[in-house]
Design a protein around this ligand. Structure first.
Ligand code: CA
Length: 242
């Protein structure tokens, strides 16, 4: 239970495509409790559409779906160049499902019935790998973010963040070394029902800077924000305002 606080979410916005209503609800609520923003679909067509038009950090996709089966959905996304990491749910531990799944472009799978913890762990690993990080700890200058525990510290001192602040920082640190636009942040931070006003991003960045006490997030005027890649000069050592 997280009661509004982040805990160990290292992806940000996820999609769950599963036609079994109870299972869909269980997965969605487990992911929400882990601090993710989650959208869900209950058939292949709706799932395909959401995955094609929205920005997710990872997708949980059942193979056996009405209207369009999971493997076709996945193949279409891949053919259209969508690289979002996909975790397949297979009905049984059938090797042919696995082989076909990987051929269709799946990144990983779990066989039903599964433990929710395994789904969470596999999703964390997928998102980390997609962003090119081998370790579960990300760092930028004095700031450390542990994607497993959801803990953030500055020079070893723990910092308490809200789930929105954590998601923003986590996304920026997953994509350190490149400029991230405000609209990209809005797309990756909020589920469909959230009021997506890009000014809120600015507010969260302001709060993060205050809480972290260092300007780890640089504003690149007209383009967005940048968190320096690990190994780059410490942000506190960068000239500011000159
Ligand atoms: Ca199914």
């Amino acid at each position: 239970m997280c009661a509004g606080l982040h805990c160990g979410d290292d992806a940000l916005r996820l999609l769950v495509v599963e036609d079994d209503k109870d299972l869909n609800r269980q997965i969605v609520s487990a992911l929400e409790q882990a601090g993710y923003a989650v959208d869900s679909a209950s058939d292949g067509e709706e799932g395909w559409f959401l995955g094609d038009t929205e920005s997710y950090d990872a997708i949980v996709l059942d193979i056996g779906l009405p209207k369009k089966d999971g493997l076709s959905v996945l193949e279409e996304w891949r053919r259209a160049g969508r690289k979002t990491p996909v975790l397949l749910l297979t009905a049984r531990d059938r090797w042919s499902d696995k082989v076909q799944g990987f051929d269709a472009g799946a990144d990983d799978y779990v066989a039903k019935p599964f433990h929710m913890e395994e789904v969470l762990a596999r999703l964390r690993a997928l998102v980390r790998r997609a962003a090119g990080h081998a370790s579960s700890e990300l760092s930028c200058g004095p700031v450390r973010l542990d994607t497993r525990s959801g803990r953030v510290s500055v020079e070893g001192n723990p910092i308490r963040l809200t789930s929105h602040e954590y998601r923003l920082l986590s996304y920026m640190m997953h994509h350190s070394g490149r400029i991230v636009s405000r609209s990209e942040l809005v797309e990756h931070l909020y589920d469909q029902d959230f009021d997506r006003d890009s000014n809120t991003v600015e507010v969260f960045v302001g709060r993060l800077r205050k809480k972290l006490g260092v300007d780890v997030i640089q504003t690149i005027r007209g383009l967005g924000y940048l968190v320096a890649a690990p190994g780059a000069a410490s942000p506190s050592a960068l000239p500011s305002g000159h």
